[in-house]
Design a protein around this ligand. Structure first.
Ligand code: F6P
Length: 752
């Protein structure tokens, strides 16, 4: 209210000031005009009268003078005329004037003395009267004077009228100002502010139905403020969701998930239904080995995470058969039961032509989307031809899936990763009853970074065919929703973290993926003994004598920060020379996507670095880096995990990174230090790792030193806590959460 009063008072003050100045100016110019007019009229009258009066005064003809004065005396507003002789004595006068005027009149005396006409105002009967005295002469000798008296009271009446009119105008204006100000303030300020604060209050109390205020408020003068606060509200919702998520995880952590529990859970949730999983990468790949065929498990987190789930849930895993002996081991329907040693689920293989593989896998997926989603300064390449193949192959996967689910009612489908972004919509278009979850294993960038993709809308629309879209972290969910908000017409609910488009809703949720970890060690002593002999054996195998062992396990990919890691090792040896001859780092690097030049160049770069660093520091019996460039089985990798003093995960950007979790999981001795990049999803969960910025070589060198000199107790404490975190959030919980959410979707929502 105070501001309204202040506004009104200031407006009135300004209007009053303008009114006074304007009126004053108007009055004074009107006064000048009226007096001027009166003056002119009187002069004309006096001069014409003087012509008649002058000869009569000269001849002293008083009766004639009387008649003239009488004749002139009764004009409008003329009070009278007096004729004087040269001594200022009255010769003749309008009779009424004589008693009202004191004699001699100073104006008359001055006019005769100075021989000049004089005018001025005097009061007669308390009325303002204008007097004009005109002397007249004969042969340069003053013979008399003529005084004319005019009623001037009408001038004051006119001027007062102007003041009065202006006062009325001012009062009317003041009234209007008060009313209009009150209305405008109410409509445009206090009303919207009241609505706005009500919305904010509801938001604060978590009762808000919407994360955006009433649309009527958005176009108003409060728009910039509202837009800022809307962002704030969004952040609040996100923070609240994060807090709820953490609380939920804490509560959930109270009961551990195991393979058996997941099995039982799935039995209840799926009610005998099969699970359908679709990914590009297959879990088991058959390759030629001389005349034989061997089965390998491809490197990468997707397979590591999902194979244990499929083993429990059974069902069908549809994937691209990319092994050179894959066709030789499938049945007539391109299927086989896997794992080979203990069949538990069906693998259905899809065949791609060379052109399709080039365009869809190497081209669009790995030269386009992969660098688009990983912020590592490798430029994405988008080619129309690749995009066409990407669409075709997504269609191909759709046909295969539709065939598999043809006889199923409300089947549950889990689509994996960025290779199959269009699949959710393609499936839904044909089978609206399918419950579809899409899990995105890599990061999701912010809208600016994503915006360079020429098919930005098509990809988002394809993905939004899913009922649930999962990312590893809440941060990636937020980025995704921001991206949808930026590029698609849709309704985003920041409270529920869902997107509604064309009558279909998609939930966007974090499901941090993990590994199959549930066991606890009974005999730690035996584990430690075994470790010592394995360590010796491994050093022998790699032909190195050293005291400390570091390990890195990666697909050779530019997102993994392998050159940065080696640079840090080199710097560490420079900075802490006492470790020269003592510390060896083994890199188990699986060649990956080698048809892409960027990957081939990276391999060359890494090999050259290894050569250079080894050349610089090596001794007869020792070298700092052992680069084992090959595909390694889980068993082989596990041997290194088990004995390493440190494991380095230095990704420049990584959705989750399961190497970090596998390393901790394999450490039944509760020893070993994990050095972990802050740019991995895993760093949000494994807080007891030594967290590093892989771009900071100096910091990484110090982190290696810190890890190798860390007290055994601290190492053990950290490792125990990391293992507990993974055990509580293992892959069984991930699958349990995701599949439960999917299975419990209402069938009416799914089909809408
Ligand atoms: O990290 C993303 C991802 O697709 C994983 O899900 C998978 O384990 C890895 O890349 C392997 O990539 P590719 O299938 O190209 O070998």
């Amino acid at each position: 209210m105070k501001i309204t009063i202040r506004l009104i008072v200031s407006l009135i003050f300004v209007v009053a000031l303008v009114a006074v100045i304007f009126s004053f100016y108007q009055v004074s110019s009107e006064k000048d005009r009226l007096i001027g007019e009166l003056d002119r009229r009187t002069i004309i009258l006096a001069e014409s009268l003087q012509e008649s009066v002058k000869p009569l005064v000269n001849s002293n003809s008083i009766p004639k003078l009387n008649r003239i004065v009488e004749r002139f005396g009764n004009r409008e507003r003329l009070k009278g005329v007096i004729v004087y002789d040269n001594q200022g004595n009255i010769l003749t006068s309008t009779p009424e004037l004589i008693p009202k005027i004191s004699q001699p009149l100073p104006e008359v005396v001055s006019s005769i003395t100075e021989n000049q006409p004089i005018d001025g105002f005097i009061n007669i009967d308390s009325k303002k009267t204008y007097i004009y005295v005109l002397p007249f002469s004969e042969e340069d000798k003053i013979i008399g004077a003529l005084a004319i008296f005019h009623d001037a009271s009408y001038i004051d009446v006119r001027l007062k009228g102007i003041w009065k009119n202006n006062l009325i105008r001012f009062l009317t204006l003041t009234m209007l100002i008060v009313v209009i100000t009150l209305l405008v303030v109410r409509w445009s300020i206090t009303g919207p502010i009241a609505k706005f604060s009500e919305w904010m209050r509801e938001l604060r109390l978590g009762k808000g139905k919407s994360s955006q205020p009433d649309t009527s408020l958005r176009g108003d003068m409060l728009a910039p403020l509202i837009s800022e606060v809307t962002h704030l509200a969004k952040s609040l919702s996100m923070a609240r969701a994060r807090a709820e998520e953490e609380a939920r995880l804490r509560v959930q952590a109270e009961s551990l998930w195991t393979a058996n529990r997941l099995k039982e859970h799935m039995r209840v949730e799926l009610g005998g239904k099969k699970l359908f999983l679709v990914s590009n990468r297959e879990p088991y790949m058959h390759v030629k080995d001389g005349r034989n065929i061997k089965c390998i498990v491809p490197a990468g987190g997707l397979v590591t995470a999902l194979d244990p789930v499929m083993r429990i849930c059974d069902g069908v895993w549809i994937a691209n058969g990319s092994g050179d002996a894959d066709k030789e081991v499938v049945d007539a329907n391109d299927k086989l039961r896997v794992p080979p040693e203990e069949p538990a689920y069906t693998l259905k293989r899809i065949w791609l032509t060379k052109e399709e593989e080039n365009g869809y896998y190497y081209g669009f997926s790995n030269e386009g989307i992969w660098p688009l989603c990983h912020i590592t300064h490798t430029r994405p390449i988008f080619r129309l031809d690749d995009w066409i193949h990407y669409q075709k192959v997504n269609e191909k996967f759709t046909q295969a899936l539709l065939k598999e689910i043809a006889d199923e009612e409300f089947p549950l489908v889990l689509i994996q990763d960025y290779h199959l972004a269009l699949l959710p919509l393609l499936v839904k278009e044909k089978r609206p009853d399918v419950k579809v979850a899409l899990f995105w294993h890599i990061p999701w960038p912010n809208p600016e970074a994503y915006g360079i993709c020429p098919w930005q809308q098509e990809i988002l629309i394809g993905m939004l065919g899913a009922d649930i879209i999962g990312f590893h972290t809440q941060f990636h969910c937020n980025n995704f929703l921001d991206t949808v908000d930026r590029f698609l017409e849709s309704k985003i609910d920041w409270e529920q973290f869902s997107v509604e488009r064309g009558g279909h809703a998609t939930m966007v949720r974090p499901f941090p993926i993990s590994v199959a970890f549930e066991a606890t060690v009974s005999d730690r002593k035996a584990v430690i003994q075994e470790k010592e002999s394995l360590r010796e054996q491994l050093f022998k195998e790699i032909g190195v004598q050293a005291r400390y062992l570091g390990i890195g396990v990666d697909r050779i990919d530019y997102t993994k920060g392998i050159p940065e890691r080696f640079r840090a090792i080199e710097r560490f040896l420079e900075k802490y020379p006492e470790f020269v001859g003592e510390f060896t780092f083994v890199e188990l690097g699986a060649p990956s996507r080698t048809h892409i030049k960027r990957y081939r160049d990276l391999t060359t770069e890494v090999e050259e670095m290894v050569d250079k660093i080894n050349w610089r520091f090596r001794t007869k019996t020792w070298r700092p880096i052992v680069f084992l460039k090959a595909h390694h089985s889980h068993e082989e990798i596990n041997r290194f995990y088990k004995v390493a003093d440190i494991c380095m995960v230095t990704s420049l950007h990584d959705g989750m990174n399961l190497v970090s979790k596998e390393f901790a999981t394999s450490r039944d001795d509760e020893d070993g230090v994990l050095i972990l990049s802050q740019f991995t999803g895993a760093s949000r969960e494994l807080k007891d790792a030594v967290i590093v910025n892989p771009y900071d070589i100096e910091q990484m060198a110090d982190a290696i030193h810190l890890s190798l000199t860390m007290k055994p107790d601290e190492r053990s404490e950290r490792m125990k806590r990391m293992r507990t975190a993974i055990k509580e959030h293992n892959i069984y919980r991930w699958a349990g959460d995701l599949i439960t959410e999917l299975a419990r979707l209402r069938t009416t929502d799914v089909a809408s």
